[in-house]
Design a protein around this ligand. Structure first.
Ligand code: DHB
Ligand code: FE
Length: 313
């Protein structure tokens, strides 16, 4: 039998008690947010006639997500990361700070403390037997077209199987993770390997949530960037290598037209030699435009718990 009790005074009073409204201590913001969240969920339980079995199965799923540190993996799949981007884009627009290369999600797989290099770095450890050589390069400029020397370009990406070092223990420390400081002309360059697309671990709690929605957990091949320079807005972004079947079917909703890059296969020995490479390679060019800002708080990445990053609180 379906009953509806949400709108009764008993339930409303109960919600106020649960959210701590009758207590002097605690945080006002926390109380109001928890009150709203619980009210929405209590109403949902009423409206969908959620059974105790369904409720406790959900609790158990959340425990599994937590045990596997999977909330960070599921969040992009549920669109939260992209939704926060949409909000930051709207804020930038309202502040007159639009322009430059667009942002897109950070994802959960950044690791702090990667080795740093001036101008050019090799990112791969040379141990991936399927690694196809990639030459990744570009110019960092401001929105007036002036080169930005000394910009910090942090790059991280997956290997030929879609795995990220640190999270994939079979890879060496900081494999495919580097910070490159742009040279006097504003240029960065990296020797690396072409990344494969990524998929959430098969059968994982995240995968099961997506399967319940009839969705997959695949991402197209992509390369992550943080770019920062004094006087410029910090940029978190990614490029997608064009031609991937998941380009417009990314479970994390990170693809943007302006961030699609075509790799160019180069076979001439002289071109390889110029770059210190031994054979054919794929060149990937990503030029970056940074918006100018004097606001200090916009010049660094937002705080969030990140692997091996010291807590700033
Ligand atoms: C996820 C993984 C990624 O590599 C990424 O860029 C975004 C999201 C994930 O597992 O949720
Ligand atoms: Fe990623």
């Amino acid at each position: 039998m379906t009953v509806k009790i949400f709108d009764t005074p008993q339930v409303q009073d109960f919600l106020n008690t649960v959210a701590g409204f009758e207590q002097a201590g605690g945080s006002d913001r926390a109380k109001r947010i928890i009150h709203r969240l619980l009210a929405d969920l209590y109403r949902l339980i009423d409206d969908f006639d959620v059974t105790p079995e369904e409720f406790w199965a959900t609790v158990s799923l959340m425990n599994e997500l937590g045990k596997g540190s999977q909330f960070g993996l599921l969040a992009p799949g549920l669109g939260f990361d992209h939704y926060l981007d949409m909000r930051m884009d709207a804020e930038d627009e309202a502040r007159g700070l639009s322009g430059g290369t667009p942002r897109t999600i950070e994802g959960p797989l950044y690791v702090a403390g990667a080795p740093e290099a001036e101008g050019v770095a090799r990112m791969d450890d040379g141990r991936d037997p399927d690694g196809e050589t990639m030459w990744l390069t570009g110019l960092v400029r401001d929105t007036d077209g002036q080169p930005v020397a000394g910009a910090r370009v942090e790059i991280w990406h997956a290997d030929s199987k879609g795995g990220y070092s640190h999270f994939d223990p079979s890879q060496s420390e900081y494999n495919l993770r580097r910070t490159i400081v742009t040279d006097a002309e504003g240029r960065y360059a990296a020797r690396s390997i072409i990344p494969s697309g990524y998929g959430v671990p098969e059968g994982s709690p995240t995968d099961r949530v997506l399967a319940a929605l009839g969705r997959h957990g695949q991402r197209p091949a992509h390369i992550h960037f943080f770019i920062s320079a004094p006087g410029h807005k910090h940029l978190t972004t990614q490029i997608n290598l064009a031609g991937d079947p998941y380009t417009w079917d990314d479970f994390a909703f990170a693809t943007r037209e302006e961030l699609l890059v075509d790799g160019r296969v180069i076979e001439e020995a002289s071109e390889a030699e110029q770059r210190g490479l031994e054979g054919p390679f794929t060149e990937v060019v990503f030029d970056i435009e940074l918006a100018r800002t004097e606001a200090q708080e916009l010049q660094s990445r937002h705080k969030r718990p990140r692997a091996l990053e010291e807590s700033t609180d």
